[in-house]
Design a protein around this ligand. Sequence first.
Ligand code: G6P
Length: 614
Amino acid sequence: MCGIVGYIGNKDAYPILINGLKKLEYRGYDSSGIMLYDKKASVKKAKGKVSDLEVLYKNGKEQKGCIGIGHTRWATHGPPNKINSHPHLSNSGDLSLIHNGIIENYDALKAILSKKGYLFKSETDSEVLVNLIEEVKKTKKVKLGKAVLLALKQVVGAYAIVVFDSTNPTEIVTAKLGSPLAIGVGDSEYYIGSDPSPFLEFTKRCIYLNDHEMAIISLKKGLTLREIKKDSIIDPYIENLKHNIEEVEKGGYAHFMLKEIFEQPQSIKDTFRGRLLSQSLPIKISSIEEHFNKFKSATRIIFISCGTSWHASLLGEYFFEELLRIPVEVEYASEFRYRNPIINKGDIVIPISQSGETADTLAAVKMAKKRGAFLYGICNVVGSSIARETDTGIYTHAGSEIGVASTKAFSCQISLLLLMALDIGNRMNTIEEKRYKRVLKELSNLPETIEKVLSSAKKAESIANKFLKASNFLYLGRGYNFPIALEGALKLKEISYIHAEGYPAAEMKHGPIALIDKNMPVVVIATKKGNYQKVVSNIMEIKAREAEVIAIVSEGDKEIEVIADHFIEIPECDELIAPILANIPLQLLSYYIADKKGCDVDQPRNLAKSVTVE
Ligand code: G6P
C-alpha cells in the first residue's frame, strides 16, 4: 500500500506532487508528506488526508522547486502520525526517501546502524533504509545510485522507493521489488508514481519498473535503468498508455463509488468487446483458444485471490463446475501461499485480482509457478505484476476503479468468468446447446439489463434510510447467490462500519438464527429458479422471529413481495445471470447507508485499494 509520487524537470513540482498524491490516496490515507528542493530540501508532513497536508502549503503559490517527492501512507510500522510519515530524512539530513512496502529485516539493520551511532526518530522500517543508504554512500564513497544499489542488496522485503540527495540535486533514484512503480517520460522531465494516474495528464509514455530494477534519473544525463542483482544496464521499454483522464475524475457523481456503480453497463461492454461478438457467433477469447488443450486436460482448477476478488472466485467455482465438469477449488491467497498446498501437473491456477498487485495473490502466483502449475491470470490493471507473472490470461477492462470498495471490477470479473465458462464448456461439450445459447443471449444483453437494475437506485436509497441505526445485518443467499450474499455483507461493513455477515441461506439454522430478532435486518437474495421455494421458507422463519426482511426478488414475484418488508426487483433471468444482477442493488444499498451515515465512502477507515503488503 502507500502511494508514491516524484517529479524532476523544469516545471514547479508542488502542484504535480499534491495532485498526484490525491490521485493515489486510494492506496492509503493515514498521513502524507512532501519534500521539495529549492536551493535546499524542505519537508512538510501531516497526519490524515492529503487535504490536511495541502493546508500546510496554504495555496501552494509560493512553493518553488522543480524536484520533489511525495507520499501518502497506509501505516505498517508505527502509528499514523507526523513522525512516522514519509519522506524520511537520513541522519545527515542530506538524503530523503519515500517507500511503499515492508523491509522485513529492518530490525537487524537498525541494530547494526544504531551501533554505528545512527539515531532514529520514527518507528518505521523506511527510516532504517534511508540511513542504510547513507551509511553505504559514506563508507564506500559512492554516488547515490550506487549506494542505493548496494544497500538494496542487504534488504529483505518489498519496496518501491524514491531517494533524493540534496548534495547532488540534479537526480533522483528509484527502485522496485514487489511494490509497483511507474515512470512517466516527458520532454526533459520525468514523473514517478505508484501507478500512472499522477502523470497521465502530462504524458502517456510510461516505463513500468520490473522487480530488481532501479532507475537513476538525472537532469543532465536522462534516465538510466539498471538490474540490481547483476548491476547491469538495461534498455528501458516505454509503453504508450491508452488510459484516459476522465476515468480518474468523478464526472459529476458525489463519490467515485457511485460513479463506478453506474459505469457497470459500460465496463461490462468493454470487458465483452471483441470476445462476445453477437449471440449467434462463437465466443472469442484468444487466451482460451490458444490454451484450450490445457483446459481440456485439466484435472483441477484452483482459484486464488483476496477480498472481493475471492468472492468472484467462489462464484467462478459454481460456474466452472456446473459448465465444465472440472473439479474446482477456491483458496484465499494468504492461506494458500503458506500452507504447502498440493499442486499437480495438469492443475490450472487462476489468480483473480483487480489491481494485479495484491501481495498475497502475487506471492501465491509465484509459489504455484515454481511448483509447475499453469497460471491463467484475471486482472483489471493492464501490465500489473500478476498479469506479468502469469503464463497467460485475460483482462477485465473495467476501467480505473478508484473507490476502495470494489464494484465495477467485481461485476466484470463475474461476468467474464461466466463468459469463459460458457466458452470452455461449449468447446468441451459439457454444456447443453440450448442452455449455452440462452445464457449467451442473456449475456449479450447484460449491459442493458444492468441499466434497468440501476433504475432501482431510488428504491435502494429509500430502503437505506430506514436502516441507518442498525448495528448488525445478515445477508443470505443460496447457490449462485451465496457468493453475492458474502459480497453484499462485505460491501456494507467496508464502507458503513456496520457489522454484517453473509451466510448460505440454509445454514442460517445452524447458528445465525440465534441472533435474529427485530433488531437484525436480514437481506435475502431470493430470485426465481434454483432453490427458490426453500429460500421462501427461510424468509418465513426469519419473519417468525420478527426481523425486517429486505428481499432481492425476480420481477413480478408476488409471493415474497407479500411477506418481505422491503423488496427490490431484478429482471427475471437464467439462474447463472441472477447473481450478476442481484449484486447491484446490494452495492447501492451499502452506498446509500454509508453515505447517509456520513461515512467516507470512497476512502473507508483503515482500508486501502491495493494491498501490497501481506
Ligand atoms: C483490498 C481492497 C478490496 C479488494 C482486495 C483484493 O482489500 O480493499 O476491495 O477486493 O484488496 O484486491 P485485488 O486488487 O487483488 O482484487
